[in-house]
Design a binder for this molecule. Structure first.
Ligand code: CA
Length: 238
């Protein structure tokens, strides 16, 4: 956490939403030792009460909660306009869980059991992305064919149709639209959008590309996101 200047200091508050006391102790103790402030919610309702706009730098959210599914917590927060990065914890390595979690608006996920080092690496990456996010938007509006992305209003349109994107989908689209026609590897996309280098086990990029295609391309004759077999993806109007 040392590579920040003072006025660029990320929000060190973390909300941990988890009902398993042992996991809470393990995570809270470790994060406190690393200088974070940790608040704990033991159920979904408490999480929804605590997580108001911009209060936390990152929310660590368990999928299995006593009163509701973590996915619903995530969805509800996004509907309320809370765009705090959310790291979802899943009990098993179920692809369906992950996809559903990401669709609900989570930024990243981790499968239990995980190492503490992995957890802090993900949290730091989420905070880094967020800290650098706004200032990276040099030009306000990006355009490829009839697709436009406005960095100030976060408005995305294809033709006259407005498209709703989660914060992560928006970041992924921005990454493509800043490099029209250029092939981006999965590694490159992971670094730019998620802030960490390639984890060979994660298919998070492919999951997100699928979602983005569904929202941007599926209803249109001209597909803008192209798969470049063996290399990655690119976006162009050709
Ligand atoms: Ca749990």
């Amino acid at each position: 956490m040392s590579n920040y200047s003072n006025n660029d200091m990320p929000n060190q508050q973390i909300l941990l939403v988890e009902d398993d006391g042992r996991i809470v102790d393990f995570i809270r103790r470790g994060l406190k030792a690393d200088g974070y402030n940790v608040e704990v919610a033991n159920c979904g309702q408490d999480a929804l009460t605590l997580a108001q706009k911009d209060r936390f730098g990152v929310i660590v959210l368990d999928l299995g909660l006593p009163d509701m599914n973590g996915r619903n917590v995530c969805e509800t927060l996004r509907q309320r306009g809370v765009d705090t990065p959310i790291l979802m914890l899943t009990a098993m390595d179920a692809v369906l869980d992950k996809v559903a979690g990401l669709r609900a608006g989570a930024d990243d996920y981790m499968t239990k059991p995980f190492s503490f080092e992995e957890l802090t690496a993900r949290i730091e990456a989420l905070m880094r992305r967020r800290g650098g996010g706004e200032s990276n938007l040099a030009s306000k509006e990006l355009k490829i064919a009839d697709l436009t992305l406005n960095g100030e209003t976060h408005q995305v349109n294809r033709g006259s149709v407005s498209i709703e994107l989660t914060p992560k989908e928006f970041a992924l689209l921005e990454c493509f639209m800043r490099a029209p026609g250029r092939v981006l590897s999965r590694t490159r996309i992971l670094e730019q959008v998620w802030g960490y280098s390639a984890d060979p086990l994660t298919n998070v990029v492919d999951v997100y590309i699928r979602q983005l295609r569904r929202k941007i391309d599926d209803d249109h004759e001209i597909k803008l996101i192209k798969t470049v077999r063996g290399f990655g993806y690119k976006m162009d109007a050709a």
